[in-house]
Design a protein around this ligand. Sequence first.
Ligand code: SLL
Length: 143
Amino acid sequence: TQKRIKGNFERSIIVGSISHWLGKKADGHTHTHKWSAYIKGINNEELPFIKKVVFHLHSSFKNPNRAVEIPPYEISETGWGEFDLGVTVYFVDPNEKPLDLFHLLRLHPPDGVKTKQPVVSETLDVIIFHDPTESFYNLIKLP
Ligand code: SLL
């Protein structure tokens, strides 16, 4: 068994989305917005301790579970509605339990008023790793 580094170690990740209104469409297409959802580091720090991110979209999308194995951990889609996006973050150490997050994918500002401007929604998630193995600690320690 591997040596462990005693203690709780925090790393923060940003879970977010950006949505753009597609503009008035003559063809009557129902997709009104193009959006991206992502996991990223603060100040675009790399996240070498992440192995894979799976985005769980609303069931109205084709292939709603989208796995991204290399950074940037981001997906893009077009759609018409807001929904609770599920995000599962897998870590390089398979013994670290995957993290399940939810992110409200916003197409409109929180006040509900429609806008032509991009809508960004981000939250910070603090992850606490407890007694990590030495090799995993080397991936989570800050530069
Ligand atoms: C609801 N908030 O509660 C809604 C669900 C789902 C949005 C919104 C589908 C795009 C496609 C899409 O935008 N879904 O058809 O590919 O029911």
